[in-house]
Design a protein around this ligand. Sequence first.
Ligand SMILES: Cc1cc2nc3c(=O)[nH]c(=O)nc-3n(C[C@H](O)[C@H](O)[C@H](O)COP(=O)(O)OP(=O)(O)OC[C@H]3O[C@@H](n4cnc5c(N)ncnc54)[C@H](O)[C@@H]3O)c2cc1C
Length: 395
Amino acid sequence: MYDVAIIGAGPVGLSFATALAGSGLSAVLVERQPLSVLEDPSFDGREIALTHHSRTLLEQLGAWAHIPQNAVSPLRQARVLNGTASYALTFDTGGKDEGPLGFLVSNHLIRSALYAALQGTPDIRLIAGTGVESVTTGAEAATLRLSDGQEIRARLVVAADTRFSRSRQEQGITASMHDFRRSMLVCRIEHETPHEHVATEWFDYGQTVALLPVNGAASSLVLTRDPAEIERLNGLEPAAFEREMGQCLRRRHLGRLRLVSTRHAYPLVATYAHHFAGRRFALLGDAAVGMHPVTAHGFNLGLRGAETLAREILSAKRRGQDIASPAVLRRFETAHRLATGPLYAATNAIAVLYAQEGLPARLARHAVLRLGGQIAPFRKAVSAMLMDRGAAMGR
Ligand SMILES: Cc1cc2nc3c(=O)[nH]c(=O)nc-3n(C[C@H](O)[C@H](O)[C@H](O)COP(=O)(O)OP(=O)(O)OC[C@H]3O[C@@H](n4cnc5c(N)ncnc54)[C@H](O)[C@@H]3O)c2cc1C
């Protein structure tokens, strides 16, 4: 019997498994994708804006060293624009010598770095290419049934199996879901005008456009529109796509632009589980909190949840207690709900308000941005949240 069985070797499952390495707990990580995909994941369009705290955690896990440093792009400033107005709400570090606001790293590089870090942890077993079919939990242990017929018993099951988590459903844990009825297209573009490591979020009418600065004369283009529109854009020939994006982004003065990556589309559905734990069962990552990407916090919060759960179960182990007792899981759940609930609600409110276009909404959109710009403590608080310098906890 294992101490911990983890479902899903996405970035959060991998992080949590690595956090348990060397602790004396036995752990198994089950992933339905084949090993070749884990070893060398392909570009999926996502550029993850990491906070300072997440960077520290990735360093502690031994993953940061596996990310090529020329693939880490510092984020010096974020600018938010609304509709056709020229006013921009800006967030930065206030000129203090605090380094950048955050760091942009491609999701596939984070995944391969975490996989590489896991290779240095022989006490964690990885089963790839086999999905978890069912989970049953009992008073003393939980049992996972895998698609190849294997059965695995563990004291605690941790599910990091996407925002549509099947095991969450199976355990009777409901989740609130918000379908934004929009899709997001992500890809890399090269452009003539340098970005100076400034990110732009432009809440236009009919679309939202984010330009995230990556190293070189390139940005990650993140375009949110109606799903049918995104499908159409995704199907265009590169030259036609470049022409249309050139038109769409002409007010951003990027100069000539060129598509330099594959394009990827994601439907926008946010989820928040009504509980993060059950009997011998806990949820992590998107399975617990599936954020709308507009505030760039899904993985950051997933990492934080992995840190919190690891801290609670390791401290129970040190005290000689059951690592999956209701008290341990309750402490994890309380802390993680506090860390995620307000940001989840605020993110959804922003996404809903800035997708509306009637006159009252247009006025509210403008007023919110102006007000935010005039309240210095608000700007400082948002910058601090984007940076998240919270001290990383020892393992
Ligand atoms: C366009 C976009 C931009 C984003 N930008 C940011 C950003 O800037 N900052 C940020 O912090 N976050 C960002 N995010 C969010 C971030 O990508 C996610 O929060 C993160 O990938 C979630 O990781 P996860 O491991 O929880 O889940 P996933 O990445 O969904 O991985 C889940 C894994 O579980 C496996 N699995 C599922 N079911 C089973 C099963 N039954 N058996 C075995 N394995 C199973 C899957 O194969 C998968 O590998 C963005 C998301 C998108 C879509």
